[in-house]
Design a protein around this ligand. Structure first.
Ligand code: SF4
Length: 424
């Protein structure tokens, strides 16, 4: 398959579109950060031993805490149709919920094996919900690696949860719903900033506990904190909410734009936002000076993985002076990315999807100073002397907002410094 520039949509940007072998984690990976965020939720993967190994190694071994995820293993008997998989699943769920009364939200997570044997987890969730309501709410979604990438796990989880959000009353005052899993510390920082700006009716989805689900209705204004939540956004719009279009809150520009456009949706002037954020913004600009010295002029190549690639590329170029060689993303959601695409401008080489061998050829020919990619590509590239950054780290680390801008920059400058020391 050869590189084919796509027919161009908004912004007239040239995009290489390729379909071929891909190197990405599956959507089960999202469980790692979601189970930490939602404190009374449990994620039961219905999958194989491979699925169990994947989430266990991604989450690390937990010795002291009872984990809030597990895998119900589909074995040969299930695959051969010798056992009733629904009956087996009911037994596992009953045992789990009897032993763990603190669980209030159970996610049944589909996988490649459960999709292959066409196990209807929607039916299972409905049946088990009736049995365990009102103590436990049960929702299903798919984290299967068939045609998905790892951040889509969060999107699928939240989109499946949207129908359970309470309906806001028709005369409810406008509320801001920030969507996307954020570390609690970042959530608290944003909450304080929104309050100072004059927006106090702010809620976050997913919430910290499942019993505090935010209400949604026509007066709800949705502000995405993560760029990979297209399905969730669509589900919220279907509930009558309106989406606020903005840059994503990475770096100083992104954070300011995100806050300013949210404020505008509530009739609050940009000048007021500028006053409120002045000191946090000044601190962030100062903190970016050191990483900028290390990164300015260096070139970077993004393989498609997290769907954070566009906003990160914009931050690295505009605030840290890096040179963008290719910005790959698994899916280019032109609606959600409209502002990011406009900010990047027409000179940036974008690519959507992947044929990994062809992309590796392009990358090696360009010899970038740094490559952002999944774990599977990092070691071979490092062995060839190319500095890499694991894209998964960008999802696990607190990177949003003014206070984290320098930490985000350091995630890129550290590997370069390490490489320079190694070759010195
Ligand atoms: S869901 Fe599919 S890709 Fe993910 S670990 Fe299980 S078998 Fe592998």
């Amino acid at each position: 398959m050869s590189a084919q520039p796509s027919e161009i949509g908004c912004g007239e940007l040239p995009v290489i579109k390729q379909r071929g072998q891909r190197e990405v984690f599956c959507g089960l990976t999202g469980i790692v950060w979601l189970h930490r965020k939602i404190q009374d939720a449990f994620f039961l993967v219905v999958g194989s031993r491979t699925c169990a190994h994947l989430i266990q190694s991604a989450a690390g071994v937990m010795i002291f805490a009872e984990p809030r995820f597990a895998t119900a293993i589909i074995d040969e008997r299930d695959l051969a149709g010798l056992a009733d998989a629904h009956e087996e699943l009911d037994k596992v769920v009953t045992r789990l919920l009897t032993r763990r009364p603190e669980i209030r939200q159970l996610f049944l997570v589909g996988s490649c094996p459960s999709e292959v044997i066409k196990l209807d987890l929607g039916r299972a969730a409905e049946r088990l919900s009736k049995q365990f309501a009102p103590r436990v709410s049960i929702v299903n979604y798919s984290g299967s690696g068939i045609e998905t990438t790892f951040t889509q796990g969060e999107d699928a989880c939240l989109a499946a949860w949207v129908p359970l959000l309470p309906q806001a009353s028709s005369d409810a005052p406008p509320n801001l719903l920030v969507v996307g899993s954020l570390p609690d510390i970042v959530e608290d920082q944003f909450k304080r900033l929104f309050a100072q700006i004059g927006i106090s009716n702010v809620e976050f989805f997913p919430p910290r506990v499942s019993t505090a689900l935010p209400a949604v209705g026509p007066a709800t204004k949705v502000l995405l904190a993560q760029p990979f939540l297209g399905e969730t956004a669509r589900a919220l719009l279907e509930r009558g909410a309106q989406r606020i279009d903005a840059l994503f809150p990475f770096g100083v520009h992104g954070t300011q734009d995100w806050l300013t456009r949210a404020a505008a949706a509530f009739g609050i002037a940009a000048e007021h936002v500028e006053e409120v954020i002045a000191s946090a913004k000044a601190r962030a600009i100062k903190a970016l000076e050191a990483p900028r010295q290390r990164l300015a002029g260096r070139s970077i190549f993004f393989f498609p993985d997290s769907q954070l690639e566009l906003p990160l590329a914009r931050f690295l170029r505009d605030e840290l002076g890096m040179q963008l060689l290719e910005v790959g993303t698994p899916y280019l959601h032109r609606g959600l990315m409209a502002h990011e695409l406009a900010a990047l401008g027409p000179q940036v080489q974008l690519s959507e999807g992947q044929d990994v061998e062809l992309q590796l050829d392009r990358c090696k020919a360009l010899r970038p100073d740094m490559v952002v990619c999944g774990l599977g590509l990092a070691n071979p590239l490092e062995a060839e002397g190319i500095t890499t950054k694991w894209s998964i780290e960008l999802v696990f680390s607190p990177v949003h907002g003014f206070e984290q801008a320098a930490d985000l920059a350091a995630l890129f400058s550290r590997p370069l410094v390490r490489r320079l020391k190694l070759v010195a």
